[in-house]
Design a protein. Sequence first.
Lengths: 284, 270
Amino acid sequence: MRRLSQLGQGEKAAIPLLLFLLVGFAAPLLAVIWFSFMPARTFSLFAMPSLANYATIFESTSYISFLWSLALATITVILLAIICYPVAYGLVRVFGKWAMLLTLLFTIPLFVSENIRLYGWVLFLIKNGVLLGSLKSMFGVELESILFTRTAILLGMVYVYLPFMLFPLTLGISMVPSETRDAAFDLGASRWQVFKEIELPLSMPGIVIGFLLTFVLAVGAIAEAKVMGGQRIIPITHDIEIAFTYAQNWPLGAALAVLLMLVVGTLVLLALRRFDLDRFLGRK
Amino acid sequence: METKGQRVRHALITAWTLAVIVFLYLPTVCITIASFTASRYFQFPIAKFGLDWWDKTFNSIEIRQLLSTSISIALCVTVIAVTLAFFGALAFARYDWKGRSIYQKLILLPIFFPQSVLGLALLLWFSMLGLQLSWMTAVFAHLVWIVPVVTLVIAIQVYSFDPALEEAAFDLGATRWQVLKEVTLPVLFPGLFSGALFAFLLSWGNFPLSLYTTGADTTVPEYLYAKMVAGYTPGVPVLGTVSTIGAAFLLIGGYGLILASRRAHQSASE
């Protein structure tokens, strides 16, 4: 084994962060995995490991929550791709000097707790709230509120995760060289051909990161369903939380968390396997 | 050389972008309006405006306690995160070493992880270690997620850093410490500053990690959530507005400072 003083500068600089993530990220996850094999409703770590918790899950209705979480996340990702692509394109190609100010405007909401912003939607949508109250006093019409429906949950998720799609897409589109596009146009390519053959493939790294990030965050979403959905849908994260808190069944919660981690982990590893981060972030 | 089709397309993109911005700020505007009501219950259009709830909120000892907890956590997170991420970013983008490509991906994993699950995993881990939950364990929990983000922010700055600068300083006889203080840190300062800003604001607004790791201490987002679920009080919009405006000021002020220093730098070198 090499002594510390013989390590290269790169290794030395990496050590503090790697040690921290070992204690703060890898160890807790291993703890969760270990705990998922303990008998139900115990807090001890030294019982005989078994697969009982997983058997319980497969016999229960937890798969409904799982499917809801995956379905909501998928729809969120698709909607966000459609909403964000024109904006990202504009930020890179159309807005010029205004792009920086607009980027700042898109960044600010990221730093406000998502609960507060979701609550703003509640005030907007609720009966006698900003939307329905105005309609009533101005036009005398009374409509049903969409609050506490599935549509409202989806609205909340699209709203909260918008910047996480927008910024990777913007980075991706800025990786497409203008010369390549212009050359294609000069050679007689149509608008659609340029998009399909040049812009889409060359901005793929940004698209992959954007899809991945929003999907993973959306699968882990919990506040949207609680604040805006009135618990119309119980996402998987809510099941996990209940197992850990009210039910005081940590091993079961741990087993559910492990299953969620498997889904997320597989996706992330598949997508990142061949990813060149130097090119994406450094634009070399 | 703009064709008519291009002009129309650009106009459509601009209109769409403005619509998205309105969508993004609509809830914030609603919260702000709601905070200026004089009545106990929210009803729109607002019958009577007043600052009573602002008054009440700011004179409450409980709220002051919350603000001080949230700010203490965010400050600790900022200092530790920037220190760890500075070295982490050098390993990420500056040095060429064998494990770098795997290292870069490992750093990303906590970012690509559902935060509520991470919070619960940390809760389990702390209780295994027998740690008493408090705002200090929350600092640790925030760091797990925030340090990787800050590392990326600083790494972007490090990519544009020319290693020849450091080598030149070494050749001229500077010590390791002098190089760090006189060359590396000043050149990377904008990146470190944005990193610090990100660390503070992400910690300030964080809810899913705080929820499971603060123990008896309460942060502003946790308090707001508890009040939202329990029923409406106009104190929620007031605190929400304060939180939003504070974040916006920090961000705009921070970027203003960076732009100003860049300009001063440019005019000095001309």
